[in-house]
Ligand binder design. Sequence first.
Ligand SMILES: [Ca+2]
Ligand SMILES: [Ca+2]
Length: 152
Amino acid sequence: MVSADSYHMHAFHSLTVRIICAAIVFVALTASFPFERAPRATTFDPEDFTSEWDLLDTNDDGQIDYAVISDNDGLLMRAAMDYSGDGRFDNFYAYHDGQLVLHEIDSNSDGAIDLRVFVIEGNQIAGFEQDTNHDGHMDLVEFFYEEVSQRR
Ligand SMILES: [Ca+2]
Ligand SMILES: [Ca+2]
């Protein structure tokens, strides 16, 4: 027999669980993902990268296509890749505590970022901004968390 008491206990527990979950998400979003401090891509030419970066030729064609920099603990800080193979970087990654927080893409290889994806929990898309006509202005902006939008 299901008593009124057990029903109320169940409702109480669901509410408690929901509040705890919301609190965890809130703390994670506000404390762990400082998008505003994630460094933006500033240079697209491998020759412009300082000696602190490791520059690699991952496909052995004689051309640098991967740049990466880690902190003293070996955690990734930033990375850049040349996916198009034109010798200039077009995908940029910024990490916080070793987790990806920002992925920037120059999709048409014109030396300007036209897609910026904000990431939480290392792999969840929290929002993005896109320059769909490549005029240097992000014209399509969508955020799935208000907190992230304010901190981008
Ligand atoms: Ca490229
Ligand atoms: Ca571009």
